[in-house]
Design a protein around this ligand. Structure first.
Ligand SMILES: Cc1cc2nc3c(=O)[nH]c(=O)nc-3n(C[C@H](O)[C@H](O)[C@H](O)COP(=O)(O)O)c2cc1C
Ligand SMILES: C=C(O[C@@H]1CC(C(=O)O)=C[C@@H](OP(=O)(O)O)[C@H]1O)C(=O)O
Length: 393
């Protein structure tokens, strides 16, 4: 089983993740991880914090001489901003200063329910952990998952398909050309026309002191038939993917394939008809079975069906607004209109990198469940014997 936990406050010294379940013998470098951290920090619409941080992951356990050992991997991403917060975030009671308490709860953030639940009269004790700063180390975990999947020819790519109501059209391009378009886009989308409108929407929202949400897409190519299972609710891969994407801060909806649209169409326009062509295997495909459409998004019965896995996530607008919303001070119970020092205006592009990471983790989890193995070589043996079997089916 592949699993991980994260720890760390937004303005504390560091974020930490411990990963368990990556077999031994996987080549892994900090630079593989840092490339994804750089993408997560970018994207048009982010605020002042990203000018302070230059995220870098350091591997503190589980890797020796460039290869995983099979033992837990510890990843650390330091917060550069910590030096500005050392006393305010100190672990020592000597630095306690109640005059700097945050008592103004922001609508849409975890501030009020968190303070009530954990019995805090300082909202900072909640926002430090509810902050999406945590996604930096989740992206680092995702990069490890992607390195593992790449070893088995599986790629995971996230991008933005809608932002502030502007929808992208998918052009008829090769996967490589799509990836290049996403990589060079300030809003991580593949539609150059929509990109201009998205950038403009962010500029207008920013000028109005408002914030924007959007929709991200994650595609997984190269996954074999048979990941996940129909036999138990918590083994259905579609359910696990939905939970993973929904766990990202500010995500409020998930679709697999045609998603909500399937509820509006008759079955004849929804289900992907099944064909067989033996010749496909001589062209390197894992099976002769195929579909001409992929409205199922690569999953039937919670099991991968060999088509591309397609997942969408809807992100709401950022809750901290420069044009403040009405709220109430948690101590005085007086109404106030919040003042904001800094915040992102739109983080949908960054969130597409986070979505890619959490999807990669779930695919690794299902892959390990199916193929097991304590070394990558052992997993590879199990995997190739399954592929051989599939060709015979
Ligand atoms: C990459 C990313 C960046 C974010 N940046 C901010 C921000 O600058 N200000 C803010 O108020 N919320 C930001 N959020 C959203 C909040 O973290 C989120 O709304 C909050 O934790 C409450 O959780 P919920 O929206 O899932 O209910 C960001 C989310 C993501 C994914
Ligand atoms: C730090 C990150 O995102 C932060 C997420 C966030 C929030 O409330 O979720 C609030 C902002 O932080 P701050 O309050 O320090 O300005 C964002 O910058 C990051 O993505 O690395």
């Amino acid at each position: 089983m592949f699993r991980y936990l994260t720890a760390g406050e937004s303005h504390g010294p560091q974020l930490t993740a411990i990963i368990e379940g990556i077999p031994s013998g996987l080549k892994l470098s900090e630079s593989d991880i840092n490339a994804d951290l750089l993408r997560r920090q970018g994207g048009y619409g982010r605020g002042g914090r990203m000018k302070i941080e230059t995220d870098r992951a350091s591997i503190r356990s589980g890797v020796r001489w460039g290869e995983t050992l099979g033992s837990p991997i510890t990843l650390v991403v330091e917060n550069s901003d910590w030096i500005n917060w050392e006393q305010r975030m100190s672990v020592s009671p000597e630095h306690r200063d109640d005059s700097i308490r945050v008592t103004r709860a922001r609508p849409g953030h975890a501030d009020l329910p968190g303070a009530m639940k954990y019995a805090h009269n300082d909202v900072r004790n909640i926002l430090e952990r509810s902050s999406a700063r945590e996604t930096a180390v989740r992206v680092a975990v995702g990069a490890v998952a992607k390195a593992y999947l790449a070893r088995f020819g599986i790629a995971v790519v996230g991008c933005v398909v809608e932002l502030g109501g502007v929808k992208a059209e998918r052009p008829e391009l090769s996967v490589k050309a799509l990836q290049d378009a996403i990589a060079s886009s300030p809003v991580y989308t593949y539609d150059a026309k929509a990109e201009l409108e998205m950038v403009d929407a962010i500029d207008r929202a920013k000028a109005a002191g408002d914030t924007l949400g959007g929709v991200v897409e994650v595609r997984v190519t190269g996954a074999p038939v048979g990941l996940g299972s129909h036999v138990q609710w918590d083994r259905r891969l579609d359910a696990r993917l939905a939970a993973a994407v929904m766990s990202i801060q500010a995500f409020k909806g998930v679709e697999i394939g045609a998603g909500f649209e399937t509820a509006r169409l008759p079955g004849s326009l929804v289900h992907d008809e099944i064909y067989f062509d033996e010749q496909r295997m001589s062209r390197g495909e894992k099976t002769g079975f195929y579909r001409n459409t992929n409205r199922a998004g690569g999953l039937e019965g919670g099991i991968t069906n060999g088509e591309e896995i397609v997942v969408y996530g809807a992100m709401k607008p950022i809750p901290t607004l420069y044009t403040p919303l009405k709220s109430v001070d948690i101590l005085t119970k007086e109404p106030f209109e919040a003042t904001v020092e800094r915040s992102d205006c739109c983080a949908v592009p960054a969130a597409s990198v986070v979505a890619e990471a959490v999807v990669a983790v779930e695919i690794v989890n299902a892959f390990m469940e199916k193929f097991g193995g304590d070394s990558v070589a052992e997993t590879a043996r199990n995997y190739s014997s399954y592929i051989e079997y599939l060709r015979e089916f």
